[in-house]
Design a protein around this ligand. Sequence first.
Ligand code: AMP
Length: 199
Amino acid sequence: MRLIFVGPPGAGKGTQATRLVEKLEIPHFSTGDMLRDEIRKRTRIGRIADPLISKGKFVSDELVLAMLESQLKQLECEAGFLLDGVPRTLNQAKVIDSMLARLNRPVDACLYLSVPDDVLHHRLQNRTSTTSQPRADDQKQWIPRRLEIYRTRTAPVVEHYQLQGRLVEVDGTGSPDEVFSRIQEALAHIHDARPCEEE
Ligand code: AMP
């Protein structure tokens, strides 16, 4: 199955994505993980991304898309995939749609984890105070900005896939087990990836 996974910060995407790729046995492409890896390795991309990420800002579309494309090109033909944290802007969504069309691997569905704002605030505040190694962008001061950036820049991605008739909305409130059951139930109605044609 070829999936895009979208949701606001604090929706529980990371937890659910890990479970989902294990269950579906598909590769997991998380641009957040890729960028954190670049930062750890102190690469050129890492040095550009570090000050942006630590302030809750987005990395440029060009940089994220170039990084993702080189990874997607290595995909096995029969494999599905989960794109996690990308696309995060409408422009990224459009470029990724054409990239995947060129690779003969259009997405089957965009899974959208929806969680009300008050629950997101509560979860993000909690994540800051209970994690032993908090992420730089999880600092309390950046929470309102991250939620605002999500609303202005990522919410249009949800609308984009809704207009394509490929949006699958799942209620992200409740325990991780409850949310995972809802995701599995929702995906049971999606047709599996059509095998791509070899070039
Ligand atoms: P995540 O782990 O998905 O929450 O991503 C952590 C941070 O990496 C985000 O807050 C952004 O600063 C940056 N980032 C990850 N993916 C993208 C993307 N697709 N476009 C722009 N910035 C991104």
